[in-house]
Ligand binder design. Structure first.
Ligand code: 6GU
Length: 267
């Protein structure tokens, strides 16, 4: 194991504290594709720090993925770190780069992490495009793991039962599902999607699982929410495209933002 990645996260956290003028933060939220507009509903923006000003962060390469950390003060006076954009494993920068934001948030004092993503739906029988789904568990098929060495981390409850119950008190209509991650950047084949349905997956995407593992290593309580932006390959007859993913995010962003604001205020 190299400690460098953790040291770098500590340096980024120090830079973040300095830039924000705050010693600690209550919660961090990672906004996935199309979720960025939802950040506006969380509260008052205190400051915005471009990734370029923080050690170890890279401006994201993909359209719709932002590229800064926004410090938000919620109506109840909590401070949230809102990561507008994330680094994906498929960008080829390595697994440490993909979880650097989470490690930085943990080093900055955050105890709760909200991970959001855009995902393909594996259950079009019961899922509608635009539905948010609470992540109850995951299947990590990225082939990667942010932890190296001989520390065995328990993953019995990666996505906090307590936080899921809290969200469902706010919105009882929300479904729960198992999120499967592939490395990407290709979308899956119809045969792979049939396999994932057999394996018990409900959503498919290219993010979240490595961040959730890194968060559990750091002892954070994790909430995961997928926005189903399209049926996965072979389930609808239409080919997939990233623009469609972003468009669905934009049209449901307000609902998501209001939901997340309520969640953050009840943490
Ligand atoms: Cl169908 N697959 C993956 N891997 N990511 C997605 C997706 C599908 N739809 C949105 N994001």
């Amino acid at each position: 194991m190299t400690n460098d990645a953790y040291t770098l996260a500590g340096e980024a956290a120090a830079a973040l504290r300095g830039a924000a003028g705050l010693d600690t933060f209550d919660v961090a939220l990672v906004m996935g594709s199309g979720w960025v507009p939802a950040a506006d509903a969380l509260g008052e923006t205190v400051s915005e720090i471009p990734f370029a000003d923080l050690p170890g962060f890279r401006a994201p390469a993909v359209a719709g993925h932002g590229g800064k950390i926004r410090v938000v003060r919620t109506p109840s006076g909590r401070h949230a770190l809102v990561l507008l954009g994330r680094t994906h494993l498929y960008e080829g920068l390595g697994v440490d780069a993909a979880v650097h934001g989470v490690r930085t948030a943990a080093a900055a004092g955050v105890r709760t992490l909200v991970l959001t993503n855009a995902a393909g739906g594996l259950r079009p029988e019961t899922q509608n495009v635009g539905d948010p789904v609470l992540i109850s568990d995951h299947i990590n098929l990225t082939g990667a793991n942010p932890i190296t060495g001989t520390t065995f981390i328990d993953l019995t409850e990666v996505y906090s039962r307590r936080l899921r119950a809290l969200v469902r008190e706010i919105d009882p209509s929300l479904a729960e599902g198992v999120y499967v991650a592939f490395r990407g950047p290709t979308y899956e084949t119809p045969a792979e999607i049939r396999m994932l349905r057999t394996l018990g997956g409900d959503m498919i995407g290219m993010s979240t699982v490595l961040e959730a593992i890194a968060a559990r290593e750091a002892g954070l309580e994790v909430l995961g929410v997928s926005l189903v932006t399209n049926p996965a390959a072979g389930l609808s007859g239409d080919p997939l495209n990233h623009e469609e993913v972003l468009e669905v995010g934009r049209t449901t962003a307000a609902r998501m933002g209001v939901l997340l604001a309520k969640v953050v205020d009840r943490l």
